[in-house]
Design a binder for this molecule. Structure first.
Ligand SMILES: [Mg+2]
Length: 230
């Protein structure tokens, strides 16, 4: 009888130990899953962006804002002429190098894809402007057709064409989420370069929710150029 009781206590002790150990392990796993690697840096140097690109692999998606990151506007006051130019002359080469390494690249711009008096087809205009400056985002998803991205409220607002996502009034994280579903793209890491910290924080929150490693780069070179009057 006594030996049976001792055995029973021993089994109970072992069971409690295992359960506690298991619970601890589960908690650690949950903590890791709830807090994947995310970081945000602020820089006006393209070399810092280049360094992050070097750490990318074929499971990384690199997302670029357009205005203030890929391109900016130059005003010729004498001729009242506005011209779209590169923020940094090296950027088309960096995009090309990513594509050569089979790393997916996409543009996420706040531009509306809806026709207006000024632009009949804004997304086509943006694609052509980017091509004229040496950017070829159409290389990333060559077989993906242009479409209005499916939105939860069924309102056609965000559109995709040739590597360019136009968000319109939709937040960038929501447009990106819709695009990833449409493209069946499941990156393990997203690098997002934007000149708006708010957009970066929105995409960071989305990546945390999806447990995707996130590097946000608040790129301030355009602001620096403007301060210098260039
Ligand atoms: Mg911008």
């Amino acid at each position: 009888m006594r030996s049976k009781l001792i055995s029973l206590f021993a089994i109970l002790f072992l069971l409690c130990g295992c359960t506690e150990d298991g619970a601890e392990k589960k908690q650690t796993q949950e903590q890791n899953q709830n807090h994947p690697d995310t970081k945000i840096i602020t820089t006006d140097k393209i070399e810092d962006i280049e360094a992050e690109f070097e750490r990318a692999d074929e499971n990384t998606l690199v997302v670029f804002d357009c205005d203030g990151v890929l391109t900016t506007i130059s005003w010729d006051r004498a001729k009242s002429n506005r011209q779209t130019i590169l923020v940094n002359k090296k950027m088309p080469q960096l995009v090309d190098e990513l594509q050569q390494r089979e790393i997916k690249t996409v543009v996420l711009t706040a531009l509306s894809a809806k026709a207006s008096k000024k632009l009949q087809n804004p997304i086509k205009w943006r694609i052509e402007t980017l091509k004229s400056l040496g950017y070829h985002f159409e290389k990333s998803f060559p077989s993906l057709e242009n479409c209005w991205l499916p939105m939860p409220n069924n309102q056609p607002d965000s559109a995709y064409d040739q590597g360019v996502i136009c968000c319109g009034r939709t937040r960038k994280d929501d447009s990106l989420k819709a695009f990833l579903g449409y493209a069946s793209c499941h990156p393990s890491k997203i690098i997002f370069i934007d000149d708006s910290i708010r957009n970066i924080q929105h995409v960071e929150a989305f990546c945390k929710e999806r447990r995707v490693v996130f590097v946000g780069i608040e790129y301030t070179e355009e602001k620096k150029l403007m301060e210098r009057g260039e």
